[in-house]
Design a protein around this ligand. Sequence first.
Ligand code: ATP
Length: 275
Amino acid sequence: MATEPLIEFKDVSFAYGAKQILKGVNMTMSRGQVVAIMGGSGSGKTTLLRLIGGEVQPSAGTVSVAGQVVHQLNRKQLFRLRRKMGMLFQFGALFTDLSAFDNVAFQMREHTNLPETMIRDLVLMKLHAVGLRGAHHLMPAELSGGMARRVALARSIALDPMLMMYDEPFTGLDPISLGVIGSLIRHLTDALGMTSILVTHDVQESLQIVDYVYFLADGVIAAQGTPEEVRQSKMPFVHQFIHGEVDGPVPFHYQAQSYAKDLNMVAPAGAATES
Ligand SMILES: Nc1ncnc2c1ncn2[C@@H]1O[C@H](COP(=O)(O)OP(=O)(O)OP(=O)(O)O)[C@@H](O)[C@H]1O
């Protein structure tokens, strides 16, 4: 496994206004690795991806990508860095009026001066990598959910990124498509020499393809390790995740005022306030 760090979070804190989300996060992701970030809903996983992409800036600490501190870059440098990052969102929406081929070609036509003959070869190569070369002429409406996700994946690797970020890439897929996307993420990371960061709730699928897992809770990395270490962890928080238990250290309920208050009821004297 490669060890050269591509992404480094050093004591990163972040707040949306007065709402503190991250409180001193430290993480290292190496070239060639597939890394998963897991944590409860609203724990700040997507925010970590936004910090890497320079969409938001930390209030303290540094986020470095390929040796560059993201929030110290000027606009031009940031755009140049972003060109080396691919992003696949949950519903990686395709352009509905463009064919699979044109969806993948879009970025190449926008961002490079490559001749159309070369773009054609590259697009077919990317579609071939996700097993859909034969579907190049289909429109998004003619693709199944799993196929559409694969075209979106081909599109996000169109410019050969050094880093791919996936936000809930498995959501809404049937078990077979889910397995296909999972193994594609692993295979493409290895074949293209990228680093892949996966924000996901699909624990069992992810543990089969990742090299390392970070668990985010209460604004910090609460646990981390290889899939093997994570599976054997006795930490209640990790255990809850791995075994898909509904409630545990990660509460089912978002913090709220008392239910009685929400229902506009008067709580009986001495009633405990729900958290
Ligand atoms: N633009 C924003 N302005 C204010 N608060 C935000 C903003 N974006 C996200 N938040 C809040 O910040 C917290 C972290 O959000 P984030 O999307 O990073 O969590 P997450 O771990 O990815 O959640 P999920 O798993 O539910 O997608 C949440 O409580 C969310 O409500």
